[in-house]
Every structure is written in C-alpha cells, then in structure tokens.
Design a protein around this ligand. Structure first.
Ligand code: UTP
Length: 512
C-alpha cells in the first residue's frame, strides 16, 4: 500500500471508530512500530466498521439483560416427528440404515465438522480435534473421525458395489485453520483423499467490555473471537462451500461438533430416518440424564422448532413428567444435526439476518490504560455468538431422532479434574462401548491377572471401577458390526486393541 493510501485508510478507520464511540482502539498508535501499525491497520480495515457501534451496544445490552424464560410457550416435539433408537423396531432401524447407506453410496452425503471453537475450558493451545484422550492407540479425535468416515464409505461400497466418497467439510477459525491444515498434512490426511477434505474459515468478531467498548488484547491488537458455531451459515457463503456441495452432488449433510468422541460420522441410520421423513432439518438428541442437566432441550416454542437453553426454562418446567413418569422435555441437544443442502442454502442466503445472537461472558486478556497486559481472574468481556441450531425455526419439516447416550454422546469439554466431560470420561465412554460390543458377541475381557472384567453399562457407572481398556479401531468396526467372526469365544487380555492388523491375525486363526 502506498503512503497516501495508508494515510487515507487510517483517516477512514479513525473517523469510523470515533463515530462508533471506539476511538480508544487507537490509544497506543503513537507507540507502535511501523510494522505493527501496518498489521493493525490491515486488521482494522477488515473489521465491519459500519456495524461496530451496533455490535458493541447490542453486546452490552444483551449482557445486562436477564435471560428470557421461554417455557410458557413451549411444547415437546410431537411424536409423529420423532424417531428413536430405543423405541423403534429392528425392521425400521434396518430400513433407515439401508436408506442412509444408499445415499452415501451415491455420493449424496457429506460430513460437516464445526471446529472453529477455542476450546478454552479444555485449555490446550491447539485445536481440540488434535487432542489425544489417552487411548492405548494414541489416536486423536480427528483421527477417530477420519477412520469412521473411511469405514462408513466401505460399508456403503460393500452393500452397493460403489466406490463412493463422503466429502468432509471442516469449519475452522483464525485459531484453528493453520494448525488443523498442518496436522492433516503431517498425518497424510489419515489416508483420505486431500481433495475430499475441505477446510474453510468462519468470521471473527470483537470481544466487548460490559460498557460496550471493544477490548484491546495488545497495543496493536483487538481481542477477536470466532462468531459461534452458527457462524457456519455466513462462512458457507464467504467460502463458496454451497457451490462445492452442489458440484459434488451432495444433498444431505451431517453436521457435528469436534468434541464428541462417540460421534457416528455420516450416521446412515440418522440420515436414512431424516430422508425417509422428508425432513429438511433434523436433530439427534439424547434423553436428559436428570431435569437440571445443563443441556439445551429440542422442542417447539409457539409451534416453531428450536433449542431452549437450560437458562431459559424454569426448574418446575424442566421437572415436568408425563403419564409414564418420563420427562416431558427430555430431548437433550447434542449438536448433531441433519441438513439438506437446499435448507443450508436458504438459511445462509435468506435468513442470515434473522439468526439470534447469544451472549457468552468470558475472561478476555487485555491491555490496561497504561499498556500493561492483564490476564483477568474473573470474566470481563462479552463474546457474541450465533449457534448452529438457531436455523431450526426456519425448517419446514423438522424431525428429531433420539439415540442412546452411552452409544453416541460423550463430549470432551473440560480439562482433567472437572466433574464431567473430561479426557477420562471420554476415554472411558469409548472403552465401555467397545467392551459392550466385544462381550455382546461372546468375547470375555480379562485383566492382566486373567480375571474376568464384566462389561460396563456406561462411563458414568464406571466411577471407582473404570471399564476395561478395550479399543476397537473404526477401521475394523463402525457400530459394532463384523465382530462376531473375530471375537466370539475369545479371551481378551486388556488393554486390548483391535486394529486392522489384529483383525487380520484373528481372521487367519479362524481359517487355520
Ligand atoms: P463449544 O461451545 O463447546 O466451544 O463448541 P469450544 O470452543 O469447543 O470450547 P469452550 O467453550 O471455549 O471451552 C461446540 C462446538 O462448536 C464449535 C467447537 O469447535 C465445537 O465443535 N465452534 C464453537 C465453532 O465451530 N465455532 C465457534 O465460534 C464456536
């Protein structure tokens, strides 16, 4: 940029900041080096300066307001729009699975990972998908997901004689894009075709103080945060992702969070259920563990599908029970969604402006008026976020699919030591599930003294007695299929890893 161009950009930025009541942003400008000024100016020019005033006022106002209570207008999703793994017969589940596998085999299904979050609670300096929860195989969350994609393609191909692909769209942010790209490259894309992995970046927005001022993280740096996983809809447009999907013939998307170690990538049963019902949008849910569990509830408000957060519902409503003593509002959201491509397109192109904004109060490092860097000990900043589920109200045919928590949901949110959703709980959930798969086909899990270890119903009941370390590679089995011929009657000393090599060995033993 020429000097004159730079001066005029700076003047424009200055005026815009003044108009927005944010002139403190340039407080340290005179102290910055020429190089730092260039970087800062580029950052400021990229900001939505016109919308800045609105953004700051809205954030401060939203943070000061008390949470809305929505439960007066709430209804559960009617049974005709619900499916359930627990309550459905084997025939229906098989039909949905077949339907899903058919669409996968015809290249109509894509997986879309939301991986732009900062993972502040887990507290590592790299993307959460690169985290190893301590499995005997040493696999990361990204690797587990990649291998499940491999396997589901293999199952679809095996059934339909196809050679299909399931493109993997990965939404990242400024924090996660570069390390994620590098990690995939270093790991040879986990054997997937690099052209089938499409990474794109969501937008960032400034964090704001309680009195509506943009937070300076450094003398020449604004504290920016990704705009929430609902930033997906803008990011799809910004990065021409919808065109890419169309070009590839992708009609159905499975959208999910990075941190669920049990996620069933492009789950054919879920996809088949949603497609059979003619849905444009669907949510997988698990039964809430107890009325006060802090998860959002998928329901209808004034007849419109949405997720009501736990802060928006009174306890007496959350505790409401039906005739069979079951919770009326039990559909816990697990950020595991089905969208048709055309629905994503509609939301991205027509309803963007109507998406809600949510307030997250966080500890945001900042520079004080003297220019010293401060790491706050208590929350000092507001990050405004959109949520992916805020598209639900725009659905014309919304369905819900209830799955079994122990089989499908165990998120990694917190660092070790927290009471829930830690690396240990994630690891134990996976061991417990794989242990159940093994014992259900007649294997016996043994400790190193040769004593039998009974299967664990869930990671929660593990408590003092963690489940046996049994890890089955997704390359061998996606949802427990194909294990009988390998494991029936086997005594497995734990830790036990059933990877491809071990599977081949066991198969050879069968034939000898
Ligand atoms: P969370 O709300 O759990 O946030 O994200 P997080 O960033 O992983 O963790 P904390 O709250 O900072 O500890 C749920 C999912 O949404 C994605 C995350 O990567 C995760 O898969 N996400 C979140 C985005 O893709 N973008 C965002 O702006 C925020």
């Amino acid at each position: 940029m020429s000097l004159t161009a730079k001066m005029s950009s700076l003047e424009h930025v200055k005026q815009s900041l003044e108009r927005a009541g944010q002139d403190h942003v340039l407080r340290f400008w005179p102290e910055l080096s020429e190089e730092d000024r260039d970087v800062f100016l580029q950052e400021l020019v990229k900001l939505d300066l016109k919308g800045l005033k609105d953004h700051c006022t809205r954030a401060a106002k939203a943070a000061a307001s008390t949470p809305r209570i929505l439960d007066v207008d709430m209804d559960p999703v009617p049974p005709e729009f619900m499916g359930s793994v627990r309550k459905s017969d084997r025939k229906s589940l098989t039909e949905w699975e077949d339907e899903g596998l058919l669409h996968i085999s015809r290249n109509r299904v894509g997986a879309l990972l939301l991986a732009g979050g900062q993972g502040t609670r887990l507290g590592v300096q790299y993307p959460k998908g690169m985290y190893k929860v301590g499995l005997p195989s040493g696999k990361t969350l990204y690797q587990i997901q990649a291998e499940r994609l491999h396997k589901i393609r293999e199952l679809a191909d095996g059934k339909h004689g196809s050679k299909c692909t399931v493109p993997w769209y990965i939404m990242t942010s400024e924090f996660t894009l570069a390390p994620t790209e590098k990690f995939f490259e270093e790991n040879n894309y986990f054997g997937l075709e690099p052209s089938d992995i499409i990474m794109f970046e969501q937008r960032m927005i400034p964090a704001v103080t309680f009195d509506g001022k943009v937070i300076l993280q450094g003398k020449g740096k604004i504290a920016m945060a990704p705009d929430g996983n609902g930033g997906l809809y803008q990011a799809l447009v910004d990065n021409n992702i919808l065109e890419d999907m169309k070009k590839r013939g992708v009609e159905y998307l499975h959208v999910y969070c990075v941190d669920n170690i049990l996620v069933k990538m492009a789950d054919p049963v879920f996809i088949g259920f949603c497609v059979t019902k003619g849905a444009d949008c669907g949510a997988k849910v698990v039964e809430k563990s107890h009325p006060a569990e802090p998860v959002g509830v998928v329901c209808r408000v004034q007849g419109v599908p949405q997720v009501v957060e736990y802060s928006e519902i009174r306890l007496e409503m959350a505790e409401l029970r039906g005739p069979g003593r079951e919770l009326v509002y039990s559909a816990g959201n697990i950020c595991n969604h089905f969208f048709t491509r055309t629905f994503l397109q509609d939301v991205s192109e027509k309803f963007q402006g109507q998406l809600k904004q949510h307030v997250a109060i966080k500890k945001v490092p900042f520079v004080d008026t003297c220019g010293s860097e401060v790491k706050p000990s208590k929350p000092n900043g507001i990050k405004m976020e959109k949520f992916v589920f805020d598209a639900f109200p725009f659905s014309r045919n919304f369905v819900v699919f209830e799955v079994i928590r122990e089989d499908e949901f165990s998120p990694l949110k917190n660092a070790e030591g927290a009471s829930t959703d830690t690396p240990t709980s994630a690891r134990n959930s996976l061991f417990a599930l794989h242990g159940r798969w093994a014992t259900s086909v007649g294997a016996m899990l043994l400790d190193h003294h040769g004593n039998n270890i009974p299967p664990t119903a869930s990671s929660e009941s593990a408590g003092d007695c963690p489940p046996a370390q049994c890890e089955i590679s997704p390359l061998v089995s996606y949802f427990g299929e194909g294990l009988e011929q390998l494991l029936k009657g086997k005594k497995l000393v734990t830790p036990f890893i059933l990877d491809k090599k071990m599977a081949e060995k066991l198969q050879a033993q069968q034939h000898s």
